[in-house]
Structures are given as structure tokens and as C-alpha cells.
Design a protein around this ligand. Structure first.
Ligand SMILES: [Zn+2]
Length: 65
């Protein structure tokens, strides 16, 4: 029984390790097209995100406080 509990604790620790990972580049919904990838009711491809609907923000470029 104890060994079973130890396995569960290991699993929890692994999940915590995964949550610690902070990617340098995080995708955000494009503020120009609101994530649609197109502007002007779909007539034009959004230039901010090249039609992807999201933009990649480099977290290292954002100062923390
Ligand atoms: Zn866009």
C-alpha cells in the first residue's frame, strides 16, 4: 500500500515539474483581427498575424515589473 502511495506522489511531482516550464514564446489571440485571421468581414487577410489568427509574443522581451 505504501508503495502505491509513493507512486502517486511521484506522479504529482511530475505534473508540478511540467507546470514549471515557461515557454519563451507564447501565442496570443491577434488583437487586430480578434483571432479570425481576416479583417474587413473576411475580405482581407490580417497583416498583423498573416491570417493565422494569433501572434507569437516573446516573453523575454516583456520586462517583468
Ligand atoms: Zn490578425
Amino acid at each position: 500500500m505504501i508503495a502505491k502511495y509513493m507512486e502517486e506522489i511521484d506522479e504529482v511531482n511530475q505534473i508540478k515539474d511540467i507546470s514549471k516550464i515557461k515557454p519563451d514564446i507564447i501565442p496570443f489571440k491577434c488583437p487586430n483581427c480578434q483571432g479570425y485571421g481576416t479583417v474587413q468581414y473576411g475580405k482581407k487577410v490580417c497583416h498583423s498575424c498573416s491570417g493565422k489568427g494569433y501572434i507569437l509574443v516573446n516573453q523575454k522581451e516583456v520586462p517583468n515589473g
